[in-house]
Design a protein around this ligand. Structure first.
Ligand code: AMP
Length: 607
């Protein structure tokens, strides 16, 4: 039987799982970690890095390191979310040929699905290394609140990564699946999922016979841990500005260091009440002095900074409960999913709203991938009697005269589903109708997402109102939409699979698949080089971070200047070896790098 992996493609971290002998397990990566940072970078030598290696070099290569690509997937260039990302990212985001988004890495443009594919490919390789055999099928999770364009773009990413995506499922649903699997529970559960980039809430009914039915879902695809980090960054930047009148945002490297420090402090504050933010040599003043950033962030201040963001999640919970037509006391269990739910204030807010302590029984980082693996196993194994009934998070309809949105399938309708409606022509002798397919929750068409458009031509010439066109909307189990239109008298029919308007063309996807295959061959043949290079780059970063301090201490002596020159020489040689992709030469330089690093640490410790 085919093995299917479950991938939680997260904004900040990704995780891969599989069902082995009936047991869902998370597969650790080569470093032994169960999650892998969703980060991609391209080095000076043009080499792609994914995961921890990419994260480790993010500070020194900020412009060519992508994080949180999931925030951009399936979005249009003109959307406010993309504008925000353009303004705040340390990497360059530009307009693509289809009103889509491209990310520039070392002068080369990559589509967002391509960047996500690099992460998915990494997860595929992690699974293959563990299983010792190739894997070709996957279930990938997406935020429940993703629209059709975002789902389709995620599917494209899977395809580019060489995976057959047999199902896209919603993250909270996946978490509930993992929670209820093999337990024979009968409960109404709420899944509160606050991750790095998105917030989702789903309310589900788990029936004892393996039926998981989503009652209502809602969320915000631009509300996550990244926003909390941004608040902390603002606070640090403002404090520094007040003190030195310098805007740290001008400097990409400083910004990347701030981002790292902000996230680190935020995570620390889940366990302690004060965290130290200490960034030596963050920038140089106009008088050429090296300036440091040192501040203490308390849990109380962090909670104030994040207060309105947490309140937004609670408002969405309230709305979803209303949509589900349930009272709080009818929710029998609350599951916390996503890294942000480790924040005590968030746990308190959820407990307060639902009037019950959330369950501690699921692992917030792993539960989504496990659920995806369970769903994958169930899809290829007919013996497993598990039924997943999810809902469409947004209403689906068409644009009608006067820019109105006419709803055909309301939000929270169980999928797969199909609805029909008959329209008539609005002019005499009208031979064509244009159908604009939209998704969203506003009665005004312009506020909703345009999924696609098509024209039904060749209608019979007749008086207005006499030609009847039957329009059928279908949403499949992946949440992806197709539309058919039929002239009821002639039987003339046309249909479209509503592919993402902001997505990629078939030809582009094909080219990207080829490209990513080449990359994989390259990756597999150079593992020895990779591990030496990782170690060398890490040490170079550490040495370079210490350079300014060491320089200050030793520059007054000939001996000291000599030592610095030597160190620079070793770093340059190691870089050359990395550039040439020569594993033996990198290993040779590694010893010198380590020695230099030890010496530098010794010098700094003495000051
Ligand atoms: P996820 O997308 O589920 O991997 O969640 C990642 C988000 O959770 C990031 O914004 C992390 O900074 C955040 N996170 C991880 N651990 C903690 C923690 N201990 N306290 C607060 N936030 C955390």
């Amino acid at each position: 039987m085919d093995k299917v992996i479950g991938i939680d493609l997260g904004t900040t971290n990704s995780c891969v799982g599989i069902v082995e002998n009936g047991n869902p397990v998370v597969i650790p990566n080569r470093g032994g970690y169960k999650t892998t940072p969703s980060m991609v970078a391209v080095t000076e030598a043009g080499k792609r890095l994914v995961g921890h290696i990419a994260k480790r070099q993010a500070i020194t290569n900020a412009e060519n390191t992508v994080y949180a690509a999931k925030r951009l997937i399936g979005r249009k260039w003109t959307s406010p979310q993309v504008k925000n990302a353009v303004a705040t990212s340390s990497y360059k985001v530009v307009e693509g040929p289809h009103n889509d988004v491209r990310i520039v890495l070392r002068d080369k443009e990559f589509s967002v699905p391509e960047v996500s594919a690099m992460i998915l490919q990494e997860m595929k390789v992690i699974a293959e290394d563990y299983l010792g055999e190739p894997v070709s099928k996957a279930v990938i999770t997406v935020p429940a609140y993703f629209n059709d364009n975002q789902r389709q773009a995620t599917k494209d990413a899977g395809e580019i990564a060489g995976l057959e995506v047999i199902r896209i499922i919603n993250e909270p649903t996946s978490a509930a699946l993992s929670y209820g699997y093999g337990r024979n529970v009968e409960k109404v559960v709420a899944v509160y999922d606050f991750g790095g980039g998105t917030f989702d809430i789903s309310i589900l009914e788990i029936a004892g016979n393996g039926v998981f039915k989503v009652i209502a879902t809602a969320g915000d695809t631009f509300l996550g841990g990244e926003d909390v980090d941004a608040r902390v960054i603002d606070w640090l930047v403002q404090g520094f500005k007040d003190e030195h009148d310098i805007d740290l945002r001008q400097d990409r490297m400083a910004l990347q260091r701030l981002k790292d420090a902000a996230e680190k402090a935020k995570c620390e504050l889940s366990a302690v009440s004060e965290a130290e933010v200490n960034l030596p040599f963050i920038i140089t003043s106009s008088r050429n002095e090296a300036l440091h950033l040192q501040r203490t962030l308390t849990r109380v201040v962090l909670e104030e900074l994040a207060e309105d963001l947490i309140a937004r999640t609670v408002d969405i919970c309230r709305q979803t409960l209303e949509d589900a037509r349930l009272e709080k006391n009818e929710v029998e269990e609350v599951l916390l999913v996503g890294g942000m739910t480790r924040m005590p204030k968030i746990q308190q807010a959820v407990a307060k709203f639902f009037e019950r302590e959330p369950s501690k029984g699921v692992h917030p980082d792993e539960v989504v991938a496990l659920g995806a693996a369970i769903q994958g196993a169930a899809l290829v194994d007919d013996k497993q009697d598990m039924i997943l009934l999810d809902v469409t998070p947004h209403a689906l309809g068409i644009m009608t005269f006067g820019n109105y949105f006419e709803e055909l399938i309301p939000a929270n309708t169980t999928v797969p589903t199909q609805r029909q409606k008959i329209f008539t022509t609005s002019r005499d002798n009208q031979t064509a109708v244009k159908i604009l397919v939209m998704q969203g929750d506003s009665t005004k068409a312009e506020d909703n997402e345009l999924l696609g458009e098509f024209i039904l031509t060749g209608l019979r010439r007749a008086a207005k109102g006499t030609v009847e066109v039957e329009v059928t909307f279908e949403i499949n189990a992946d949440g992806i939409v197709s539309v058919r239109a039929k002239d009821l008298e002639t039987g003339l029919e046309q249909s479209i699979q509503v592919t993402a308007t902001s997505g990629l063309t078939r030809d582009e996807i094909k080219a990207m698949i080829e490209n990513s295959k080449d990359e994989l061959v390259d990756r597999r043949t150079s593992e020895e080089f990779e591990s030496a290079r990782q170690e060398a780059e890490k040490t170079i970063t550490q040495i370079e971070e210490l350079f300014p301090q060491v320089q200050q201490v030793v520059a007054s002596s000939d001996f000291g200047r000599d030592a610095i020159e030597k160190a620079k020489g070793i770093v340059a040689k190691a870089r050359q070896a990395i550039e040439k992709r020569d594993a033996a030469a990198v290993k040779e330089q590694l010893e010198g790098l380590m020695r230099t690093h030890r010496m530098f640490k010794g010098v700094v410790a003495k000051t």
